[in-house]
Design a protein around this ligand. Structure first.
Ligand SMILES: [Zn+2]
Length: 450
C-alpha cells in the first residue's frame, strides 16, 4: 500500500491523501485549499493523477477543507462513489452548495469591478456542479467495515463536528488510520472522539500542534464581553462557521440569557446554512450531548435570517444585538457587510471564535490590522476585537496526546493539517515524550507502507 500527500502537508487546508494498492486508488478527503492566495491557487492546478482513475473518495467530515474540492474533482473526471457518514452527507450538501454560490458570486463581483487578473473571472465550480456531485455520495455507518477493492475501510466517531470520523484502512495485516480532525473531550455539543485501535501507520492532524486552548472560563468571558458591549449600546458580531461553532455559540448565548447572566438581546442567526445545520443536529441526536428540550429552547431564542435583503436590513438596526454570520475566518459571506457597517465603530465588538488560518481577514485582525480589504475597497476597523479560544472544535496537543496515549507506537506517524511550526512542534513532542516515530510530510511526498 502506498500513500501520497496531495494536500494538508505544510498547511492546514486542502486535505487530500491518495492511497494506492494493486491498481485500486482511494482518495481520503478531497478538500479545498484555503487561506493565502498562493495556497488557494493550488485549487486551480490540475490534479496530480487523473481523477477518472480514482475508484472512490472517503470523507472524514464535511468541512470544506476536507470536502470542498469534490465538485471540481467531478468536473475533472471523477465518477466514483463518495463514502461518508449520513450526517457528513447532509452537511456536505449544505456546505458545497454554499461554497459554489460564493465562488460564483466572487467571480461575478470580480468581473463587475474588474479586479481579477483573469478575464472573464470564472468560478472554480458552479452550483450545478455542487448539486450534481451529491448524486455520487453513498452513506456508511460508523464501525461497519466496507470494502473498496483489496482495502477494508471503517469509520469511528471523531467528535469534531456532526458525522466526523477517523478513517481506518486495512490491507492484509497492514493498517493505516487517518485521525481526520479530532474533537475534544469536553466539547459543548459534540460527544468525545472514540478511542482508536492500534495501527501500523497514523496520519495525524496538528491544527493545534503547538498550542493549548486557553484556561479561560469561556462562559464568563463571553458574558463580560456581551455586558460591556451592550452597556455601550453596541452590536456583537460573531463570525462563525455554519457547522459547529454557530451551534455552540447559539447554545451558549441562549443558555446564558435563560440564566440571566447576560441581558435578553435579539440573536440573529444570519446564515441560511447554519439554520439548515440546526435541522441536521436534530436528526442526529445520537452524536451530540443536547436533549430535545435544550434544542427547542435554543431555537426559541433565535431569529432566523434567511435572505440577503433581510441580512442587509440588519445593518440599519442600531440597537444592541448579536449577529452570528459566516464565514468563520471572514474570508467571505455575510459577516463582511456587517463588518463594513459596524466595524468602524468602537462601541461594537467582533468576537472571533476559532482558528484563523494565515492570510485570512480574521488572522489579520487578531494580529492588529486596523483596516481590511473587502469587495475591492479598504475598510477601517475600529471595533473591539475579542477572541474566545476555548470554543475550538479541534483537540489541542495535550488533548491529542492524551487520546493517543493508550496506543502502541505506530511504525510511522505522519503529521499533517497544521502550519509548519505547529506540525513540527507536535512531531517533536511525539518523538521525545512518547517515543513514537513521526515526520511531517511535504506536499507530493509518497511513502510505501508495508
Ligand atoms: Zn474540520
Amino acid at each position: 500500500m502506498k500513500i501520497r500527500f496531495l494536500g494538508a502537508a505544510g498547511t492546514v487546508t486542502g486535505s487530500r491523501y491518495l492511497i494506492q494498492e494493486q491498481g485500486t486508488r482511494l482518495l481520503v478527503d478531497c478538500g479545498l485549499f484555503q487561506g493565502i492566495k498562493s495556497i488557494r491557487s493550488r485549487n486551480w492546478k490540475p490534479f496530480p493523477v487523473d481523477p477518472a482513475s480514482i475508484d472512490a473518495v472517503v470523507l472524514t467530515h464535511a468541512h470544506l477543507d476536507h470536502s470542498g474540492y469534490l465538485p471540481r474533482f467531478m468536473r475533472e473526471g471523477f465518477h466514483g462513489h463518495i463514502l461518508c457518514t449520513a450526517a457528513t452527507r447532509e452537511l456536505a450538501d449544505i456546505l458545497l452548495a454554499d461554497s459554489a454560490h460564493l465562488q460564483e458570486e466572487d467571480a461575478r463581483h470580480a468581473n463587475r469591478h474588474g479586479y481579477s487578473k483573469h478575464h472573464p473571472a470564472e468560478p472554480l465550480y458552479t452550483i450545478e456542479d455542487a448539486r450534481k456531485v451529491m448524486t455520487q455520495f453513498r452513506t456508511v455507518d460508523f464501525d461497519k467495515p466496507f470494502r473498496i477493492g483489496p482495502l477494508t475501510i471503517s469509520l469511528s466517531p471523531a467528535g469534531h463536528i456532526l458525522g466526523s470520523a477517523c478513517v481506518r484502512v486495512d490491507k492484509g495485516s497492514t493498517s493505516l488510520t487517518f485521525s481526520g480532525d479530532v474533537g475534544r473531550p469536553n466539547d459543548l455539543i459534540m460527544r468525545p472522539p472514540h478511542a482508536l485501535r492500534d495501527s501500523d501507520y497514523l496520519v495525524l492532524e496538528s491544527t493545534y500542534g503547538d498550542r493549548l486552548h486557553g484556561s479561560d472560563n469561556t462562559r464568563e468571558k463571553l458574558a463580560g464581553i456581551v455586558r460591556d458591549t451592550v452597556a455601550h449600546g453596541g452590536t456583537l458580531m460573531i463570525p462563525a462557521f455554519a457547522v459547529g461553532r454557530a451551534q455552540a455559540m447559539t447554545y451558549l448565548l441562549s443558555e446564558m440569557m435563560a440564566a440571566h447572566e447576560i441581558p435578553d438581546l435579539p440573536i440573529y442567526l444570519d446564515s441560511p446554512m447554519a439554520i439548515d445545520v440546526a435541522d441536521v443536529l436534530l436528526r442526529h441526536s445520537e452524536e451530540h450531548r443536547l436533549d430535545s428540550g435544550q434544542c427547542r429552547a435554543m431555537a426559541a431564542r433565535i431569529t432566523q435570517v434567511r435572505t440577503g435583503d433581510e441580512s442587509r436590513e440588519l445593518t440599519q438596526i442600531r440597537y444592541p444585538k448579536i449577529i452570528i454570520a459566516g464565514a468563520g475566518m471572514l474570508n467571505g459571506g455575510r459577516i463582511l457587510h456587517h463588518l463594513q457597517s459596524f466595524g468602524g465603530d468602537s462601541r461594537n465588538t467582533l468576537v472571533i471564535t476559532g482558528y484563523q488560518a494565515a492570510g485570512t481577514r480574521g488572522y489579520a485582525l487578531l494580529n492588529g490590522a486596523d483596516h481590511l480589504r473587502m469587495y475591492g475597497m479598504d475598510v477601517s476597523i475600529h471595533c473591539r476585537i475579542e477572541q474566545l479560544d476555548d470554543l475550538s472544535a479541534h483537540a489541542d496537543y495535550q488533548e491529542l496526546m492524551h487520546w493517543l496515549q493508550p496506543l502502541r507506537a505506530p511504525r510511522q506517524t505522519f503529521i499533517t493539517h497544521g502550519e509548519p511550526i505547529a506540525s513540527d512542534s507536535l512531531r517533536q513532542k511525539l518523538v521525545h515524550e512518547m517515543g513514537w516515530p513521526a515526520l511531517a510530510p511535504e506536499q507530493g511526498d509518497e511513502f510505501e507502507l508495508d
